[in-house]
Design a protein around this ligand. Structure first.
Ligand SMILES: [Zn+2]
Ligand SMILES: [Zn+2]
Ligand SMILES: [Zn+2]
Ligand SMILES: [Zn+2]
Ligand SMILES: [Zn+2]
Length: 341
């Protein structure tokens, strides 16, 4: 039987290699599944729970195209290296706030504006110094805020940092909400066995709400790298006049703000301790989540439609950017073609 299994495996493996419509799930550690999808792009959810892009096998990244996502991932890795280096080797000038690199081992720093200051604490000093001390300067501690200051200095001056900051904030919320989802599910299962309240006979509405929350949170997060590339020079140079770009960017950012507002409301609503609620309170919560869900769903739908019609639609680079369509009912569940079980 073991040999037969191995032979089966061999068949599956060679079949997957040859077929564009079948791919291994990219989960780490690997869940063992091969996934079949009729159209060979778009997003899909494996039975192991991982949602990914069937085109590039990265995590779900719409409304970014595979190309945007690929560039963004590389950029994030490069930039985080730069920030680490800057944090370790740079101190901000106390007079003009420019970052100054430390090039020698000496603790006296001099900014191009002419200000001298202490490397250790960032305080302004005179020029008179020895290897171990700066005259007239009694050193405070190394500045704890340095990292934060640097972040801010960069954020103000750097387009990438601006969008990355928001992308990251929502990605962090997504992680927290995933934890919340797990704890809610546990709570619901536990209570359905012990408590005799009507609410626990059917808690599907909470699960559905949480699913929509994580999907829309991810879309919101990914919409920031989308803005970065759609209205930047790298991929869409000379696509729009400056005026046109400004108008379209404002309209898109308006949509982001509306989506963000309702996603936050949905998130707050789902955090309520519904297992301690009486039936009337539960009914109210259920109603709120239903209404917010409709709003969030509509914002997402509109955003994707707008990208398709107004932004990528008219672009001559359209063919380079396939955006996985938004589906109100959730990411397509995969057909598991084979598993190791
Ligand atoms: Zn999987
Ligand atoms: Zn992709
Ligand atoms: Zn300066
Ligand atoms: Zn010196
Ligand atoms: Zn000092």
């Amino acid at each position: 039987p073991e040999l037969a299994e191995k032979f089966d495996r061999f068949l599956v493996e060679s079949y997957v290699e040859d077929n564009k419509k079948i791919k291994w799930c990219p989960s780490v550690p690997h869940c063992g599944n091969a996934i079949r999808k009729e159209d060979d792009d778009g997003e899909v959810e494996c039975s192991c729970g991982l949602q990914f892009c069937f085109g590039c096998l990265g995590e779900s990244h719409s409304p970014c195209s595979c190309l945007m996502w690929n560039l963004w991932s590389k950029k994030c890795a490069e930039e985080s290296e730069t920030v680490t280096w800057m944090t370790a080797n740079t101190q901000l000038c106390p007079k003009c706030s420019k970052p100054v690199n430390r090039i020698s081992g000496c603790n006296l720093m001099t900014c191009i504006c002419g200000q001298h200051f202490c490397w250790l604490c960032g305080g302004a000093t005179g020029l008179d110094h020895t290897w171990t001390s700066i005259s007239g300067h009694s050193c405070g501690r190394y500045n704890d805020d340095k990292e934060w200051q640097l972040e801010r200095a960069k954020r103000d001056s750097n387009r990438y940092t601006h969008y990355h900051y928001q992308y990251k904030a929502h990605a962090d919320s997504l992680k927290l909400e995933d934890k919340l989802k797990k704890s809610i599910l546990k709570k619901a299962v536990l209570n359905s066995e012990t408590k005799n309240q009507a609410v626990f006979n059917d808690y599907n509405w909470v699960i559905k709400g949480m699913d929509l929350l994580s999907r829309s949170r991810r879309i919101l997060s990914n919409s920031f790298p989308f803005v970065f590339y759609m209205f930047g020079e790298e991929l869409f140079k000379d696509e729009m006049s400056d005026k046109d770009r400004e108008i379209k960017k404002n309209l898109f950012e308006n949509q982001q703000v509306q989506l963000e507002r309702d996603v936050e409301k949905l998130s707050e609503s789902l955090e309520q301790p519904f297992d301690e609620y009486d039936d009337a309170q539960v009914l109210k919560m259920k109603g709120d989540i239903h209404k917010l869900g409709i709003n969030v769903d509509n914002h997402c739908k509109k955003m994707y439609e707008w990208i398709d019609k107004e932004l990528l639609g008219p672009s001559k680079f359209r063919f380079q950017h396939f955006i996985a369509p938004y589906r109100s009912e959730g990411i397509e569940k995969a057909i598991v073609f084979s598993d190791r079980g």
